[in-house]
Structure formats: structure tokens, C-alpha cells
Design a protein around this ligand. Sequence first.
Ligand code: NAP
Length: 254
Amino acid sequence: MILDSFKLDGKVALVTGAGQGLGQGMALALAEAGADIVGLDRRECGETCAAVKAMGRRFKQVVCDLRQADAAALQEIVAGAVTDMGHLDILLNNAGIIRRAPALQFTEADWDDVLHINLRVVFFLSQAAAGVMVPQGHGKIIQIASMLSFQGGVIVPAYTAAKSGVAGITRALANEWAPLGLNVNAIAPGYMATDNTAPLRADAGRSTSILGRIPANRWGTPNDLQGVVVFLASSASDYLNGAIIPVDGGWLTR
Ligand code: NAP
């Protein structure tokens, strides 16, 4: 049955930024499809934990400020997940931040924070996860890209640099790790109604111009990513490597 290939029973997924927004929505989708969840965030993900457990899945909490995390700390997080959950099959590199300021005024502190969390951590957590996935001969690594993996954006230069980099390393890692049994792909969400875009939605002018360009005529929601994340985490996507899949209500086609 084709639908069986989407099932994640017995799989373990590490999800960063699992406490709210898109990460929470995708963690719940993976759990509903059968996976146990290791949820990483700066704070306890109580709501996500309760919802995952209500589905009869296991939930392990990792509280970590990724701004402080170096490669060694990320290796420890992966090792802890394997020790506590038995194995690691899926990595969803979702946590991300955005800082808005014109390029002329953009500070080094904002540049470093955004590049660290949105790109450096994505690479070194992928490296750590692949360290356990390559020996087991399978694994699914899912990055969260953006419209700004394709476009320049407005007053978010560091975010654009990082998300363009995410697209690049998705392809680079797919090239290296596909022959070893791993699938590395990315989801590029369009304009989604979360904290990340709250200032845009609060700005009547920006909000109207963004909505006017979305053929689907609405902001996306965390639910809109649930189907694609289960697909990328499951054996249904075994022959998909290095893809960056827009889920954007048609924004890029305009
Ligand atoms: P969000 O609601 O702000 O959620 C981001 C999550 O990441 C939060 O749980 C946040 O925790 C966590 N996080 C942030 N900094 C962290 C850190 N230093 N250490 C650990 N966890 C940290 O944003 P979202 O919209 O769901 O964004 C999720 C991903 O989608 C990001 O990579 C974002 O760039 C990407 N994305 C979003 C959109 C959109 O329109 N919303 C579009 C394209 C791509 P706290 O709550 O503690 O801050």
C-alpha cells in the first residue's frame, strides 16, 4: 500500500525549535505519523510534549540555547538522543531567527546571531546526525529554507545570506551523503503566520503587498507543512535528494 510508505512507526526524530510555530506543527505531524520526538528549544516545550504523548509517542526534551552551541555540544545532543531513544532516524533543522535592519545599519551582533543559529548550527547538527545515520545506513535530514533561499528579501540581509546558504548545503550534503543512504532535502516555506512574521503582518502596507502577491490569497499556517515533512521523513521520499521544496501558496510562481 502506498500510504504505508509514509508511516514513521518506530522512527525517532530530532526537531529543533519544537516549542511553537512551524517546528511545533511539524513535530506533531511526525508524531501523528508514528515517530517518537526529541524536541529541542530554548525552553521546555510543554505543549508539544503533551500533544506528542497524547498520541502515544515518546517525547524527550532538550533545553538548549543554540546561540551558545558549538559543534561538540551538538554532537552531545545527538549522542544523548541515541542513548535515551535508542536510535536517530530523522533530523528536522527548524529553529531559526530573523533580525530586521537596513544593510547600512546592520550590526555584527545581529549578523553573527543569525548566521550562527540559521546556518552554522544547521551544518554542524547535520554533521552530528549523519555521524550516527551513516553507520546505520539510512537517515532523513530536513532543512528549513525560505523564500529568501531564492530571493533577496527586504532589510533582512543576514537571514537571506543564511537561508541561501541552507539551500547550498542541502545540495552539498545530498551529494556527499545520498550514496551512503541518507536523504537531505529542504522545505522552503512561504509567508507563514508565526512569530517570525508578526511584524510584517502588523504592518498594514507590507501585509497587503505580501498577501497581494500570494496566489493562494492567504498566509500559510504550520498545518500547511505537515504533509511535506512527513513525506520527506518517510520512505516515500527515498529517491529525493537535494530538493528544496517551496510550500508558499504560489509566491515563487508570481
Ligand atoms: P518561530 O515561531 O519564531 O519559532 C522558532 C522556534 O525556534 C521557536 O520555538 C524558538 O524558541 C526556537 N529558537 C529560536 N532561537 C533559538 C535558540 N537560540 N535556541 C533554541 N531554539 C531557538 O518561527 P517559525 O516561523 O516557526 O520559524 C521556524 C523556521 O521556519 C525558521 O527556521 C524560520 O526561519 C523558517 N521560516 C519561517 C517562515 C515564516 O514565514 N514564518 C518562512 C520561511 C522560513 P523561542 O520561542 O524560545 O524563541
